[in-house]
Design a protein around this ligand. Structure first.
Ligand code: HEC
Ligand code: HEC
Ligand code: HEC
Ligand code: HEC
Ligand code: HEC
Ligand code: HEC
Ligand code: HEC
Ligand code: HEC
Ligand code: HEC
Length: 370
């Protein structure tokens, strides 16, 4: 090699070192403690302009914010970059096989299993995992819901939960925000109302449109709505569940559930009347069960129903003097009249039989003495 060439190589090396940071130039022995290790990675990766260009022409930001990482749960636990990136030790890195950031994420998220194997196992059978297996790469993996370099407690504050889902389910999120449950969560920081994961599960979401899910859904609502102490706090009746099970709709769903859980059913469950993500207080004019809207709700399944039809339904009420006076009085009438009539008849019979015996005894007595 000529001297001039050596100079060019030396300057080239210096430049590369300047570009990529110390490790290449200095060739220091591998750092021992985790944090020093991270520092060596961050020499290059804390540079906001560090990017990689895929053969497709798409550029990929390789920037990792040092402070955010340090303050994250994993940073606080002093995880090393290489605890997760187990294939990388120094630079140059092994050749990159992924041809897009999404491809890379789908390969790399499996690294979470090392330390969170229980959660990882739960996700394997979720609807998201099945969607990915069938080729829908937009479905959620660990790192869509938990940024690997900025991991925070996922349920603090509790509003963070629906916000996580909103990234991909924004329509449903907006409906939920406007529902009685969503309002209570966001406006009052209420911890008693359900977020997405109370109804769908966290890591093992099922397909909510199966018959099984539908038939089981009243129990989902009952977890809270049959709890008297919980509902008492909000003045919401807990009779909604017993009256539902007692009425013809609930009875058929309950029986159906036992006999043929796999067949489709059109019997109404709570959300057919109340809405799925947009349920409102029954007094809210926007509620599907508000007085003026209830007929339309019944008509979804009883197309010929008229105002009288919906009015005859007692809803969740036990007959009550204020709400359904006629039914109440008819009920009362039967409750008093029938026992009274029966009681009277009974007494009459007893009295009659009694007097019959008395007369007979007297007659016998007379005959005896005569
Ligand atoms: C000298 C600068 C430099 C250092 C030091 C460095 N990287 Fe990189 N890193 C890059 C460049 C440039 C790329 C772009 C892809 C390539 O060139 O291999 C990259 C790509 C990556 C990627 C994307 C995926 C891949 O496999 O290419 C990850 C992850 C990564 N680095 C992690 C690390 C970790 C962890 C460390 C510390 C052990 C580290 N890097 C140290 C420069 C560096
Ligand atoms: C808790 C595990 C974990 C830790 C710790 C971690 N990473 Fe990552 N990193 C990942 C995963 C998983 C990906 C795949 C991309 C994704 O899903 O967001 C990734 C992606 C990357 C990328 C590609 C660009 C990007 O953001 O997608 C770079 C560069 C990178 N990590 C560097 C680092 C460096 C540097 C550190 C240490 C300061 C570090 N990582 C610590 C899990 C981790
Ligand atoms: C080397 C081990 C290790 C790896 C790999 C790892 N974590 Fe963690 N993670 C921890 C530790 C330790 C904690 C803090 C203790 C705890 O809460 O379990 C934690 C906490 C968490 C938390 C917060 C839990 C809570 O209760 O607040 C989430 C979320 C999380 N990790 C997600 C991930 C994801 C996603 C990945 C993959 C990208 C991952 N972790 C990879 C070790 C790891
Ligand atoms: C669809 C979004 C989503 C996906 C995908 C997801 N998580 Fe979670 N994760 C959450 C939410 C939301 C919480 C908080 C749940 C709560 O507190 O009720 C959570 C909680 C956690 C926790 C703390 C509580 C616990 O159960 O230990 C860990 C650790 C965790 N996730 C790790 C992971 C890992 C690892 C993966 C991938 C195998 C993953 N998550 C996939 C949304 C998700
Ligand atoms: C990264 C995007 C993403 C995130 C974040 C996400 N999902 Fe999904 N989810 C999807 C995709 C994609 C599907 C497949 C069906 C579709 O395309 O709508 C899906 C499907 C579902 C389904 C099955 C219903 C159906 O349409 O097939 C439920 C239930 C669900 N997600 C709930 C949640 C919940 C709850 C959260 C938050 C804890 C969440 N998802 C977070 C992308 C995401
Ligand atoms: C009170 C319980 C409950 C809550 C809270 C809830 N869901 Fe649902 N969700 C359901 C039920 C029940 C269905 C099935 C509806 C059907 O059969 O059409 C469903 C259906 C879905 C579907 C699939 C069908 C569709 O309409 O696209 C997705 C996706 C979904 N929910 C996501 C979410 C997200 C995201 C949140 C939080 C913002 C959330 N859910 C909150 C009960 C709930
Ligand atoms: C995790 C507990 C929980 C679950 C699960 C739940 N709810 Fe609720 N719900 C509440 C609480 C608490 C309130 C009272 C909120 C308030 O008034 O601020 C409420 C309020 C309501 C209201 C308004 C009552 C009124 O008139 O003021 C309706 C309607 C309702 N829920 C229907 C349902 C249905 C239908 C389901 C099942 C698909 C369901 N809820 C699941 C906790 C729950
Ligand atoms: C999701 C569909 C659906 C909705 C919504 C619905 N119903 Fe029904 N309803 C049915 C089915 C199916 C039956 C038949 C039950 C059986 O065969 O056991 C039924 C039966 C009845 C009956 C018994 C007499 C008959 O016609 O068979 C009455 C009364 C009734 N419903 C009233 C109502 C009222 C009032 C509403 C509105 C508040 C309503 N329903 C909403 C599906 C529905
Ligand atoms: C056939 C339609 C229908 C079905 C099915 C139905 N509801 Fe209702 N619900 C109503 C109507 C109408 C009202 C308002 C008048 C009333 O309270 O009867 C109401 C009121 C309510 C209220 C408010 C009570 C209050 O104190 O303000 C709650 C909570 C409720 N329903 C929950 C449920 C739950 C949980 C289920 C399933 C177990 C369910 N509903 C099934 C029609 C229905």
């Amino acid at each position: 090699m000529s001297q001039r060439r050596l100079w060019v190589v030396a300057i080239g090396l210096l430049l590369t070192g300047w570009l990529w940071g110390r490790p290449v130039l200095a060739a220091e022995p591998p750092p021992q403690s985790n944090s020093t290790n991270n520092e060596s990675c961050l020499t290059c990766h804390s540079r906001p302009d560090l990017t990689y260009e895929f053969p497709s022409g798409d550029t990929w930001s390789l920037y990792v914010d040092q402070d955010t990482f340090h303050n994250s749960i994993h940073g606080q636990e002093e995880l090393a970059c290489t605890d997760c990136h187990t294939d990388i030790h120094d630079y140059p890195h092994p050749p990159l096989e992924a041809n897009s950031p999404r491809f890379y994420a789908l390969e790399q998220y499996k690294t979470c299993e090392q330390c969170h194997s229980e959660v990882y196992q739960q996700t394997l059978d979720s609807i998201h995992a099945r969607e990915i297996a069938s080729g829908n790469w937009d479905a959620a993996i660990c790192t869509d819901c938990h940024d690997p370099h900025a991991t925070t407690s996922p349920d603090e504050p509790r509003t963070a939960i629906p916000l996580t889902c909103s990234k991909c389910h924004s329509g449903i999120y907006n409906e939920y925000l406007d529902s009685v449950h969503g309002h209570a969560l966001v406006d009052e920081n209420n911890g008693d109302v359900p977020t997405c994961v109370d109804c769908h599960g966290v890591h093992n979401q099922e397909d909510p449109r199966t018959t099984e899910f539908r038939l089981n859904s009243p129990n989902l609502c009952a977890d809270c709505h049959a709890d008297e102490a919980l509902m008492g706090k909000y003045g919401v009746s807990t009779h909604v569940f017993d009256t539902y099970v007692a009425d013809f709709h609930g009875t058929t769903v309950t029986l159906f559930e036992r006999q043929s859980p796999d067949l489709p059913t059109n019997k109404p469950v709570c959300y057919d009347c109340h809405g799925v993500h947009n349920m409102k207080s029954a007094d809210d004019p926007e509620s599907q069960v508000f007085k003026e809207n209830i007929l339309q709700t019944c008509q979804k399944c009883h197309p010929d129903a008229t105002t009288n039809f919906s009015a005859t339904w007692l809803g969740h009420y036990e007959p009550d003097i204020n709400k359904y006076p006629i039914v109440y009085f008819v009920d009362l009438f039967y409750k008093i009249f029938i026992p009274a009539v029966l009681g009277f008849m009974g007494l009459y019979v007893v009295a009659d039989v009694g007097s019959h015996f008395v007369r007979r005894i007297r007659r016998n007595n007379k005959g005896g003495t005569a």
